[in-house]
Design a protein around this ligand. Structure first.
Ligand code: SF4
Length: 466
């Protein structure tokens, strides 16, 4: 069988700001499985390759697959539907599958919204995909929701992969690896663990990958790193684990292995402020880590408790301090606009972002993604403003607040960026440490975004407040 795995053409805020995207690893795992099962697989990363729907259609026509698999996050869902439509225009007999976090939690809605999709793959995709390739009768395939004539049927869930090392190495050779770049370096990603025992209200990770944390062995992690570095010349790596430091002992062991191997890579990883300490930071730094990402989320303890983050303000201060002592850059994520958050709470968050000492800050608007507890609450309480999935970007307001208007939340998001990055101290640090990256790339991209949404008059008003 010929299998084509597709990341749809879509606009990406990440690409706009950083000028890069990461490899669609989920598709690369599936491609590996397809090949092991004896099928012919290709991957099209439309975003990295800069191809539009018309060109994608030509690719589908030329490869003429029997099956296509599409991956999409919530904001890319309309783009995924377009891909399904053009695939069926090429050949109505192509089997069209879709996977990813959004469709996992809205499988029936997805099939109702898009008549060109045949099968929704729910949750962790690898074992389900293998079963789909092996079995002819869809009734026997666990973890899918599919059409049986006019009826939509859902099969029982597929258990999670018990031992992650059983999943084959992603088919990096099918990805346009030369196109993933970070500055002058080739850029690669890897996932060394899955699942999360925490329960943040805005996140669906534990529902998709389980509450039990599962990890690859350090031997497997090193094997993937070697492939990325020696075969593809990757110099900059991002560990995409939800919390790379969940098991600090393991994080340190991997760091030591990188040093022992003499791998010349620089890298970033995510942590939680309560699963990070100075010793771990130092080992990571020694192994080439330069930036650590913390979900700090709020400067108001009341909000942190409401969103079930399970951290304290003091833990954030201490984690950032330790990261800096270890000479790591700290990137803090902050979320504003939860329904019960007041203007005062948001102001506290913006002030805290400056006080906590992070080097970089990412501000987003609370977004009730399907599958999250926030989604259930917002749906039950009638707080959803739209189901226009394109707006589920974390930069648009899609959920009502009890205290603030849509416009107020957007203005506060803009204000958060402007007041964090356009401080004289930040400008100076940016010029010295990043050769003005933020001023050259991030700020113009943010301003472009702002101007598109608000216009010149609003921008003048915001700047005059500085
Ligand atoms: S935000 Fe991070 S810590 Fe919280 S549930 Fe999601 S993955 Fe776990």
């Amino acid at each position: 069988m010929k299998v084509m795995l597709i990341s749809p053409p879509a606009s990406s805020a990440v690409k706009e700001v950083l000028g890069t995207t990461g490899p669609p690893l989920g598709l690369a795992y599936l491609a590996s499985i397809a090949r092991l099962e004896g099928h012919d697989a290709v991957i099209v990363d439309s975003l990295a390759e800069g191809i539009d729907l018309r060109e994608l259609k030509l690719r589908i026509r030329s490869f003429y697959p029997d099956m296509i698999g599409i991956t999409a996050t919530t904001s890319m869902i309309p783009d995924a539907y377009d891909v399904a439509r053009v695939a069926k225009e090429v050949n109505p007999d192509i089997t069209v599958l879709i996977g990813g976090p959004h469709v996992t939690f809205l499988p029936e809605e997805t099939l109702n919204e898009c008549k060109y999709i045949d099968i929704v793959v729910r949750g962790e995709g690898e074992l389900i995909f293998r079963e789909l390739l092996r079995k002819r009768d869809l009734r026997e395939v666990r973890g899918i929701t599919y059409r049986d004539g006019e009826i939509i049927k859902s099969n029982p869930a597929m258990p999670l992969v018990p031992n992650l090392d059983e999943i084959p190495i992603p088919a990096y050779d099918l990805l346009p690896m030369h196109l993933y770049r970070f500055g002058n370096l080739r850029f690669g990603t890897l996932i060394t663990s899955r699942g999360c025992p925490f329960d943040c209200i805005f996140c669906s990770s534990s529902l998709q990958f389980g509450k039990k944390w599962r990890a690859h062995s350090k031997e497997r992690v090193m094997e993937e790193l070697r492939i990325l570095h020696y075969e593809y010349g990757v110099g900059e790596v991002e560990f995409l684990d939800d919390t790379f430091t969940l098991d600090r002992k393991r994080a340190k062991e991997i760091s030591r292995e990188i040093v022992k191997e003499g791998l010349d890579i620089s890298w970033t990883a995510s942590s939680r402020v309560n699963t990070f300490d100075l010793e771990t930071g130092r080992e990571m730094k020694r192994a080439g880590a330069h930036t650590i990402y913390f979900g700090i989320e709020s400067g108001s303890q009341k909000v942190l408790d409401l969103i079930g983050k399970g951290i304290t303000i003091e833990q954030s201060i201490s984690a950032v301090k330790n990261a800096k002592k270890a000479k790591l850059r700290a990137l803090g994520s902050f979320i504003i606009g939860f329904p019960e958050e007041t203007e005062e709470d948001i102001k506290k968050t913006i002030e805290f972002s400056k006080r906590v000492g992070v080097d970089l800050a990412q501000f987003t608007i609370a977004t009730p993604y399907p599958g999250t507890r926030l989604w259930s609450i917002a749906s039950k309480m009638g707080l959803l403003l739209t189901k226009d999935w394109r707006k589920y970007t974390t930069l648009d307001v899609v959920m009502k607040s009890f205290y603030l208007t849509e416009r107020q939340i957007k203005r506060m998001l803009n204000w958060a960026y402007i007041s964090f990055y356009l401080r004289p101290k930040m400008i100076l640090i940016d010029l010295i440490r990043n050769r003005g990256f933020i001023l050259r790339r991030a700020v113009p991209a943010a301003l472009k975004f702002f101007l598109r949404k608000e216009g010149v008059k609003e921008l003048r008003k915001e700047i005059s407040k500085l």
